[in-house]
Design a protein around this ligand. Structure first.
Ligand SMILES: O=C(O)CCC(=O)C(=O)O
Ligand SMILES: [Fe+2]
Length: 719
C-alpha cells in the first residue's frame, strides 16, 4: 500500500533572508524536498533548503480542469536544533561539516545533484509564473540588498551553480520534481487551502538566462508530468483537461547567429538570445530588453507527451494506512519515519510530533496513525561497535591542549575529567559491554524506554520564524518542571517507570565520582529530561545554565553513538560577541581571557590599549586587524565520543557561562537522560510533589555502586 510521508525542514538562510526590520522574511527560500521511497513504497520526504527566492508572477494563463484533491504540508515541521538556542545558534553546528545552514550549493550536493522537490512560496521580483500545468521559476542565490535598499539580484547566476547543475540533471536525465506551493505565493492561480500543498510531479523542459536588475539570472520552465487529469489548483469553473493535445505546437526556437546557441522565444515581444555568454544576450535589435515583458503564449501553451516512466511513488496516498509493521525493524526510527504523513481523512500533512503517533491537527478530523513500537536492542542501532569490550573502554575523545585531564578507573568504568576552569569540569565516564549488559544496565534501559509511556514529543520552538515549528528531537520531563525554551509538562516521579529512577541513581553515583570531595555541593537531582533522537536528529549548541538549575548536570547516553562538543561562546573566545560584524559588537576588554581562547596575546595587547585613552574606533580597528584571519564560529575545544552507557557530568557555573555544548548523534536511535537539580524556590507550590522520590530511594543499600562486583569478576578472569 502506498502512502506519503513528507516534511519540510524550515531553516533560516544563515541570516541572509532577513529584511530591513531584522525579521526573517520566511519563506523567501525555496526548499528542495528530497523524496526517497523505501522498500515498502512508503514515500518519504527529507527536506533541504536550497535557498531559491522566487519572483512574483507577471502573467497568468487561464487554467483548465477540476479535481479538488490536494495534499498539504504542515508548517509545523521539525527544526534541526536544540533546546534554548536562538535560531542562529540552532543552525550553527559549525565544524566537521555539520552545518545545518546549507547554502544552495550544499543543498544540491545533499540531493546528489538532482532537485527532488521544489517549494514555491512567498515570492519577490518579477516573472514568476504559476499556471495549472506550467511553471516558470527563477533559480536561487545571488540576492542582496541594492544601493537603494531593495532586496534584489546583486550577483550573476552561473550555470555551474549547484542549483543550475541539479536542474540540468533533472532535465537531461528525465527525473521529475515534486512541486509544493505555499499559500503565500501570489502567483497561484487559485486559493491554496493549506499552508503548503503538494501540486504534482513536474519535468524541467527549458533552462535559460535572463537579466534581472542588471544581473544574469537563470530561469526554469517546468511542465506537469501527467496531463490526463485536471490540476486540483486550477480555478473553479475553468475548462476541463483537453482529451487531445497538439504536442507539435511549439514556440519559436532559434539559433543565435553570434553564438549559435538555440533559445526559445520566452516573451511575446520577440526572440532574444538567452545565452548569457553571448555578446547579444538579452538584447532585441541591439537594445537591452525592457522590463515590462509578458510571456509568449506559445511558450506557455507548449506541452510534451506524458512520459512512459511512472513516478517512483504516489504523491497523494490512496490509503491512509501505512504498513509499517511489515517493514524492517528500525523503520520507525529512520530518517524517513521522522517526517510527516498525509492524513488519511483530510489530506493534511501531519508532522511526527509524537513519539508514538502521527495525529492530524485539523479540527474534528481525529485521524491518528500509530507508529509501531519496534523493540530494538542497542547493538541493532549502533553502527560503530568500538566500545564493546568486556573491560574498560578506550577513549576516542579529543580536546584542546589548554584542557587538563584526569584519567581514572572506577571498577570497569574509565573516567576522564576535563578541567575547563578550576572547579569547572566536564567528566566523561565510559561504559563497556560488561557494564551495559548487567541486570538493570544500559542494554535493558535502552530496550525498555521506547516501550515506557514517557510522553515523548517534539515541542514547538518558541523563537521560530515559522510559528508551530518543532524542534528536531523528542523530549519529556519527569520530576520537578524544568523550564527552558519549550514548555514541557512534567510527570511526577511517583508516576514514572522504574527505569527513570534507576537512571537517577546512576546519575547520583556518577556525579559523586566526577566531583570528588565536593559532596556537600551536590544538591540532589530532582528532575530528568529524556531526549529521544531519531535518525539525523541533533541538538544544537546551547548551555544548561538556566538560573533555576543547580551547577551539576549529568546525562546518561543510551543507544546510538553521539558526539558531544563543547566550545567557548564567541564572546569569550574572541572577546567580542561576534567577529567581523562591522564593529556592531565591539571588542570588550573586560571579558576574561580564558585558556583556549583565540589569540590571548593579541587580547592582552588590546586590553592594554584599551587601558590607555584610545578611542573606541581605534580599539575596534585594532581588534578587527587582530582577528581578521579567524573563523567566524569558535571551534569545539572538547569533543566527547559518547557510546551506549556512557555518562557525562558537567559541573560548575562557568561550564555553562563560558561554554556551550551540542549533541550530534550518528546512529538511528539514541536517548540522553539528563538529571538536574531544579531549585524548588522557582517551582510553583502545587508542582513540588512531582520531584518527591519514593520512600527508600535514598537508602545507601539501594544506591548504584558502579557494578563493582563485575569488576572483581573481570579481574578474576584476567589473572
Ligand atoms: O544528548 C545529549 O547527550 C545532551 C543533551 C543535552 O545537552 C541537554 O539535554 O541539555
Ligand atoms: Fe545540554
Amino acid at each position: 500500500m502506498d502512502a506519503l510521508k513528507k516534511t519540510v525542514e524550515h531553516q533560516t538562510s544563515n541570516g541572509k533572508a532577513r529584511d530591513s526590520t531584522g525579521n526573517v522574511r520566511f519563506p523567501v527560500t525555496c526548499l528542495t524536498v528530497d523524496v526517497r521511497p523505501t522498500k515498502s513504497s512508503q514515500n518519504q520526504f527529507e527536506a533541504e533548503n536550497i535557498e531559491t527566492p522566487i519572483p512574483e508572477s507577471s502573467s497568468n494563463i487561464s487554467p483548465s480542469s477540476s479535481n479538488n484533491s490536494h495534499s498539504s504540508l504542515d508548517t509545523s515541521s521539525s527544526q534541526q536544533g536544540g533546546r534554548k538556542r536562538s535560531l542562529k545558534e540552532a543552525n550553527d553546528i559549525d565544524d566537521n561539516n555539520l552545518s545545518t545552514t546549507p547554502a544552495s550549493t550544499e543543498s544540491s550536493k545533499a540531493s546528489n545533484g538532482y532537485v527532488r522537490g521544489l517549494l514555491l512560496d512567498k515570492d519577490e521580483g518579477d516573472r514568476e509564473y504559476v499556471g495549472t500545468e506550467v511553471l516558470i521559476v527563477r533559480g536561487g542565490g545571488g540576492m542582496g540588498i541594492t544601493a537603494d535598499g531593495r532586496r534584489d539580484h546583486t550577483k550573476d547566476h552561473s550555470r555551474k551553480d549547484s542549483t543550475a547543475v541539479a536542474f540540468l540533471n533533472n532535465m537531461k536525465h528525465n527525473v521529475p520534481i515534486n512541486v509544493i506551493l505555499g499559500n503565500k505565493n501570489k502567483a497561484a492561480p487559485s486559493a491554496i487551502p493549506h499552508r503548503y500543498c503538494v501540486l504534482d510531479y513536474f519535468k524541467v523542459t527549458d533552462i535559460w538566462c535572463e537579466k534581472v536588475n542588471g544581473f544574469v539570472v537563470i530561469f526554469y520552465r517546468l511542465e506537469k508530468l501527467f496531463l490526463d487529469k485536471k490540476s486540483w489548483w486550477a480555478p473553479v469553473g475553468s475548462s476541463e483537461t483537453p482529451t487531445t493535445r497538439d504536442f507539435e505546437a511549439k514556440a519559436l526556437r532559434q539559433q543565435c547567429v553570434t553564438c549559435t546557441t538555440s533559445s526559445p522565444q520566452v516573451y511575446d515581444k520577440g526572440w532574444m538570445c538567452l545565452n548569457s555568454d553571448c555578446s547579444t544576450f538579452w538584447t532585441s535589435n541591439g537594445n537591452s530588453a525592457t522590463v515590462d515583458l509578458t510571456y509568449n503564449p506559445a511558450f506557455l501553451h507548449e506541452r510534451s507527451p506524458s512520459e512512459n516512466l511512472a513516478p517512483p511513488y504516489l504523491l497523494k496516498p490512496d490509503s491512509g494506512n501505512l504498513c509499517l509493521n511489515n517493514v524492517a525493524a528500525g523503520i520507525t526510527v529512520s530518517k524517513g519515519a521522522t517526517r510527516g504523513v498525509v492524513c488519511g481523512n483530510c489530506d493534511r500533512c501531519i508532522p511526527r510530533k509524537y513519539w508514538n503517533a502521527w495525529k492530524c491537527a485539523t479540527p474534528d478530523c481525529g485521524y491518528v496513525l500509530h507508529a509501531p513500537r519496534d523493540v530494538l536492542s542497542a547493538s541493532q542501532v549502533r553502527t560503530n561497535l568500538a566500545n564493546t569490550f568486556d573491560g574498560p573502554a578506550l577513549s576516542m575523545d579529543k580536546c584542546d591542549e589548554s584542557i587538563q585531564i584526569d584519567v581514572e578507573q572506577h571498577g570497569l568504568y574509565r573516567l576522564h575529567r576535563y578541567h575547563l576552569a578550576p572547579g569547572n569540569t566536564v567528566t566523561h565516564i565510559f561504559s563497556c559491554e560488561t557494564l551495559n549488559s548487567a541486570i538493570g544496565g544500559p542494554n535493558e534501559l535502552f530496550m525498555a524506554l521506547p516501550q515506557a509511556d514517557l510522553g515523548l514529543q517534539r515541542f514547538e520552538m518558541s523563537q521560530s520564524m515559522s510559528p508551530g515549528q518543532l524542534v528536531a528531537h523528542f523530549s519529556s520531563n519527569s520530576g520537578l518542571p524544568y523550564k527552558y525554551v519549550v514548555a514541557v509538562d512534567s510527570k511526577a516521579f511517583a508516576d514514572v517507570p522504574p527505569e527513570l529512577l534507576n537512571v537517577l541513581k546512576r546519575g547520583s553515583w556518577a556525579a559523586k565520582l566526577a566531583v570528588p570531595g565536593k559532596q556537600q555541593e551536590l544538591a540532589p537531582f530532582n528532575e530528568i529530561l529524556t531526549v529521544g533522537y531519531l535518525e539525523s536528529d541533533k541538538m544544537g549548541y546551547h548551555d544548561d545554565g538556566e538560573a533555576t538549575v543547580g551547577p551539576t548536570v549529568v546525562s546518561l547516553s543510551l543507544g546510538g553513538d553521539s558526539e558531544m562538543k563543547f566550545r567557548m561562546k564567541a564572546k569569550f573566545y574572541y572577546g567580542m560577541p561576534k567577529r567581523g560584524d562591522g564593529g556592531k559588537s565591539p571588542y570588550n576588554p573586560n571579558l576574561p581571557i580564558i585558556p583556549g581562547c583565540a589569540k590571548p596575546e593579541d587580547r592582552r595587547r588590546l586590553n592594554a590599549l584599551a587601558a590607555t585613552n584610545c578611542t573606541p574606533a581605534e580599539l575596534a580597528k585594532e581588534a578587527k586587524k587582530a582577528f581578521a584571519d579567524c573563523k567566524a564560529t569558535p571551534p569545539a575545544l572538547l569533543n566527547l565520543k559518547l557510546a551506549h552507557g556512557d555518562i557525562v557530568v558537567q559541573h560548575g557555573g562557568q561550564v555553562q557561562k563560558h561554554y556551550e555544548h551540542c549533541a550530534v548523534p550518528s546512529d538511528k536511535l539514541r536517548f540522553a537522560l539528563t538529571a538536574r537539580h531544579i531549585k524548588p524556590e522557582g517551582v510553583a507550590s502545587e508542582d513540588l510533589w512531582k520531584g518527591e522520590l519514593p520512600a527508600g530511594f535514598d537508602d545507601a543499600a539501594n544506591a548504584y555502586d558502579g557494578d563493582m562486583a563485575l569488576y572483581e569478576q573481570y579481574l578474576a578472569r584476567l589473572h
